[in-house]
Design a protein around this ligand. Structure first.
Ligand code: AMP
Ligand code: TRP
Length: 338
């Protein structure tokens, strides 16, 4: 039966991902790979954060498909709905209720200090309040399940620190309820995009999709920027500064790596051929993901059922927390007066 993860007594984790459609290599190496491993040791909740997505530019007409495609990606990489809950944030309405209540204990100064906020708001003439309040909703996502740990990329550590501060402040004011969640940081750090300039991100168009067919992987990888000093084919390259080489380190058999590096340094292999090997290895590693994705794309009702079950399981936990929160904050006034 799915749903066995509710109250198993294991430590609980929650993580979230934006509904950006099909996942990319950065999502996989930086996050999902680790989520798959954590399923065995923790009670796991994974949330597709559609209510966070509205704080940036987005097209409402495309959002449903992006949510669906992200769910397919999560299932394709090996999240197992019998061992974890996968759900869409807006289908558990308690998240936004708790976020509102957390407004009462969150200092505006802390929100204004967040790097992600400073970065995103600096490019805007008019800043939506949602961009500032984004980390409050993230804190609610985590604390509503009283999760003890949160697997995230390094870029999210600051938001997690603020989550702990919100937990502390709320507990101090209304009584002990929320644990202070710890970060579980995956080993990879951030994966650079194919442009070699910025982190791999859908909005920058510098990604390799994890569900791309081999030809598509090649057409993406062939655009990758390599060592800028290697202009002609027989210029010697520097694997240590080449983003293509750093991707080889994830996808190429470790026994083949010395050869890849040496052939680059001595210019015996050109960048195009080096990228071809990378593209083949990436496409090969993701073959099982493509197969699973094809299964789910042909059966959208199965994906919808997974998300509906996930939302039901999450709602049970969220409602337990909210009952406590409302009581401690003086909002179960009918009961209190009788
Ligand atoms: P997002 O798509 O921004 O919601 O990210 C979902 C998860 O993937 C988060 O845990 C991120 O830290 C991780 N992630 C996204 N892009 C990258 C990247 N380029 N390198 C490493 N991790 C990433
Ligand atoms: N802000 C996170 C990101 O951009 C996504 C997210 C939302 C999240 N809620 C979360 C991550 C809760 C971890 C826990 O990657």
């Amino acid at each position: 039966m799915s749903g066995q993860q509710v109250n198993t007594g294991k430590r609980r984790i929650l993580s979230g991902v934006q509904p950006s459609g099909e996942a990319h290599l950065g999502n996989y190496l930086g996050a999902f790979r680790q989520w798959v491993d954590l399923q065995d040791t923790y009670d796991c909740l994974f949330c597709i954060v559609d209510q966070h997505a509205i704080t940036g530019q987005y097209d409402p007409a495309l959002l449903p498909q992006r949510i669906f495609d992200m769910a397919v990606s999560l299932l394709a990489v090996g999240l197992d709905p019998d061992r974890c809950s996968i759900f869409v944030q807006s289908e558990v309405q308690e998240h936004t209720e708790l976020a509102w209540l957390f407004n009462a204990v969150t200092p505006v100064g802390e929100l204004e200090r967040m790097t992600q906020y400073k970065d995103k708001s600096s490019r805007l003439e008019s800043i939506p309040a949602g961009l500032l309040n984004y980390p409050i909703l993230q804190a609610a996502d985590i604390l509503i399940y009283r999760a003890q740990a949160v697997p995230v990329g390094e870029d999210q550590l600051q938001h997690l620190e603020l989550t702990r501060e919100i937990a502390r402040k709320w507990n101090a004011q209304y009584g002990e309820l929320f644990p202070e969640p710890q970060a579980i940081v995956g080993g990879t750090g951030r994966i650079m995009g194919l442009d070699g300039e910025a982190k791999m991100s859908k909005s920058l168009g510098n990604t390799v999709g994890i569900l791309a067919e081999p030809e598509e992987v090649w057409s993406q990888v062939r655009t990758a920027v390599t060592d800028p000093q290697r202009i002609r084919k027989d210029d010697p390259g520097r694997p240590e500064v080449c983003n293509v080489y750093s991707l080889h380190e994830f996808f190429t058999d470790s026994s083949d790596l010395p050869d890849i590096a040496e052939q680059c340094r001595t210019a015996q292999r050109g960048c195009v051929d080096c990228k071809k090997i990378l593209a083949e290895n990436v496409a090969h590693e993701f073959e099982p993901f493509r197969d699973r994705a094809a299964h789910y794309r042909d059966r959208p009702e199965e994906v919808m059922e997974v998300l509906a079950t996930g939302a039901r399981q999450a709602t049970v936990l969220a409602q337990e927390t909210m009952a406590e929160v409302r009581r401690k904050m003086g909002m179960d006034w009918r009961k209190a007066l009788t």
